[in-house]
Design a protein around this ligand. Structure first.
Ligand code: SF4
Length: 139
């Protein structure tokens, strides 16, 4: 999973349950506004739960900004291969308290310009690919 910009300070790299990779934003399909290195971390399938990366904390939902700028939560299509809840296709199957807290977290995070730009960029990508036939293969 990749870390959000700035999240790397939450770790000191002595965590034996994480392996680190560092990439230039242009090496992958990242938000063009990102200038700093992007950190990928790979876990070994177990972690101290209170230390888990943010990507694990709101999985399997992802933030989506409407073209009008309203924040919504959606199931993360990229998680289809690994998550039966996403394959179920109904976000309302998830616990309401979890959804409410995930929303609060993302509301705060998108105030950071780098994260806000990323969520906007991902949302427009999602709009562009929404009707592509290959997406039906995932269901
Ligand atoms: S929550 Fe799961 S995927 Fe995330 S770091 Fe922990 S073991 Fe790995």
């Amino acid at each position: 999973m990749y870390l959000l910009p700035g999240e790397e300070v939450m770790f000191d790299r002595t965590e034996d349950w994480l392996a680190w990779q560092e990439h230039a934003p242009e090496d992958y399909d990242f938000c063009p506004d990102w200038r700093e290195p992007v950190y990928f971390v790979l876990c070994r399938g177990a972690c101290p739960r209170e230390r888990r990366p943010f990507a694990c904390r709101t999985f399997p939902v992802t933030p989506y900004l409407t073209p009008g700028g309203e924040l919504e939560l959606r199931l993360d299509d990229d998680a289809v291969p690994v998550c039966p809840l996403v394959r179920g296709g109904d976000i309302n199957l998830l616990d309401r308290r979890f959804l409410a807290r995930a929303r609060l977290a993302w509301e705060e995070l998108i105030k950071d310009p780098r994260i806000g730009a990323h969520v906007e960029w991902e949302s427009r990508n999602r709009d562009r690919t929404a009707g592509e036939p290959w997406r039906k293969l995932l269901r």
